[in-house]
Design a protein around this ligand. Structure first.
Ligand SMILES: [Zn+2]
Length: 201
């Protein structure tokens, strides 16, 4: 689900392997953000665009994990605030454009929608497997596991919605899922901001 991975995850150590893996995961997530935003727009699928937000959030989370190593708390808090604010803006944009398309919606291209969601699933599983070795402590293992599992549920949701779009020849499965995902995402962007404010006071 979008935004599930927005809690800062502590990883083990500063080894070159760890940094290399983080860079790889950041690249995977950034590329998938771009792919889903573009194909979401081209295929007319709002759910793909909403799922793209999760990749944006995860890119931010892992970039932050890399950047904050050795930085003072104040900078971490500022970075978290910046991340929360930019995710909130993106979430609201998708939420509003989804609501605006309720009036004149046409069914999205279901083949593209399902195909890209399958690619997104592969990207999330790959990221999870790469990070698996570097988690520090049981709580973090659980946190990465839950986050990957929820992302996978989101991807499967988009695949299922694509099936329903094709079957019913209707835009509604796409729009309803997009609305749910964008709402959850906006909600978690708010809680990042609240948490950052709490830490800075
Ligand atoms: Zn995620």
């Amino acid at each position: 689900m979008p935004g599930c991975c927005n809690n800062e995850i502590e990883f083990d150590g500063q080894s070159p392997q760890y940094r290399r893996v983080l860079w790889t995961v950041i690249a995977i997530n950034a590329v998938m953000f771009a792919v889903e935003i573009v194909t979401g727009a081209l295929s007319g699928s709002k759910a793909l665009q909403a799922d793209a937000l999760d990749f944006a959030g995860d890119t931010g989370t892992y970039a932050l994990s890399l950047w904050v190593i050795g930085k003072p708390l104040l900078w971490r808090t500022r970075a978290a605030t910046l991340k929360g604010a930019s995710l909130l803006v993106m979430g609201l944009v998708i939420l509003v454009t989804t609501l605006l398309s309720f009036g004149n919606a046409a069914p999205p291209l279901a083949g593209w929608m399902g195909g890209i969601a399958l690619l997104a699933l592969a990207a999330n599983v790959t990221s999870a497997l790469l990070l698996m070795r570097f988690r520090n402590g049981d709580a973090n293992i659980r946190s990465v596991w839950l986050c990957s599992r929820n992302d996978a549920i989101g991807n499967v949701g988009v695949i299922a919605a694509a099936g329903l779009v094709a079957w019913l020849n209707s835009p509604w499965p796409d729009l309803i899922l997009a609305l749910v995902m964008a709402s959850l995402f906006t909600h978690s962007a708010f809680s990042i901001l609240r948490q950052a404010r709490h830490e800075s006071s």
